[in-house]
Design a protein around this ligand. Structure first.
Ligand SMILES: C[S@@+](CC[C@H](N)C(=O)[O-])C[C@H]1O[C@@H](n2cnc3c(N)ncnc32)[C@H](O)[C@@H]1O
Length: 281
């Protein structure tokens, strides 16, 4: 005999099914409460990311919309806030109207884990350490140069490029009366073998990358030069080389010598291309 499920039970079954489908979202929503970022910390988050009129700021878990609204009001940026709680989304729209920026910001009732981040030039977050870690692969896959700012929580062994500490005398959580603001700039993904073209034909560059740091070997005929350096967005800067300055600019499957001293000075503007078949032959 068919016994229809009563509505509350139906809801429960649907909720359990949803939890099973989206464990990340359920966990984040349960664990990340609505706590606001104080205005001085919001300002520092936008300052450290150097937010300006050309930026599109996405706040993950946007609460009452304050970060995106300040980015638009103070720095003329555009913005998107994604928030799971519908009342907070409605509140955000009201706040944006009051602040006179409703034409430059959008708020969506949406799970942060299902948000397309590709339009962001800046991503802001006040979440939790484990939620940051869950988001890390998606953040590292963003366009090189995208800035990520997190209030208080870091991202494990992906060390921030910069951290500042802001006084928060009436802080609601924890014992410390300060907040940390961490900034990361998404590094270009350059791990692997690169083959010289044009004047660089016969030269190869093998790079090993760990987040914003790289080391590698520049090989020409039988001569090898060991390199190490840092990546800021699409720019790779070789540090401390005795053979002179070397700066490379990454653009997809090409690395261009943007500045060079010593024996490589003549190769300025020349390209390495990503090895297609695991070697440069
Ligand atoms: C600590 S509050 C931060 C609010 C705001 N960003 C700020 O800094 O003032 C975190 C917010 O994330 C929201 N949240 C939690 N899980 C979420 C999810 N899976 N998707 C979207 N928002 C979520 C919560 O409802 C809460 O408003």
């Amino acid at each position: 005999m068919y016994v229809p499920l009563r509505p509350p039970l139906l809801c429960l079954v649907a909720a359990v099914a949803l939890l099973a489908l989206a464990p990340g979202a359920a966990q984040a929503q349960d664990e990340v409460p609505f706590i606001t970022t104080p205005d001085n910390v919001t300002l520092e988050m936008l300052r450290i990311a150097d937010v300006g009129p050309g930026d599109h700021v996405i706040d993950l878990g946007s609460g009452d919309g304050r970060i995106v609204i300040l980015a638009a009001r103070r720095f003329n940026a555009s913005g998107l806030g994604v928030e799971i709680a519908p009342d907070l989304v409605r509140q955000s729209w009201r706040n944006a109207q009051t602040a006179g920026v409703a034409d430059r910001v959008t708020f969506r009732e949406q799970d942060l884990f299902k948000t397309d981040l590709s339009a962001a030039t800046v991503v802001t977050m006040y979440l939790l350490p484990e939620v940051n870690l869950q988001l890390r692969p998606a953040l590292l896959a963003l366009k090189p140069g995208t800035r990520i700012v997190s209030h208080d929580w870091d991202m494990g062994d992906w060390k921030p490029d910069q951290t500042t500490v802001v006084p928060v005398p009436d802080k609601q959580v924890g014992l410390e009366k300060t907040s940390k603001v961490h900034l990361w700039t998404v590094p270009a993904r350059v791990q692997g073998l690169w083959c010289g073209a044009g004047l660089l034909r016969g030269t190869s560059l093998q790079l090993t990358q760990r987040y914003q740091e790289f080391e590698g070997t520049l090989a020409h005929r039988q001569r090898n030069r060991q390199l190490e350096g840092r990546i800021v967005g699409a720019t790779l800067r070789v540090l401390g080389g005795r053979a002179g300055e070397l700066v490379l600019q990454a653009d997809g499957d090409e690395l261009q010598i943007a500045a060079a001293g010593g024996p490589l000075a003549l190769a300025q503007g020349q390209l390495f291309k990503r090895a297609a078949a695991g070697n440069c032959d």
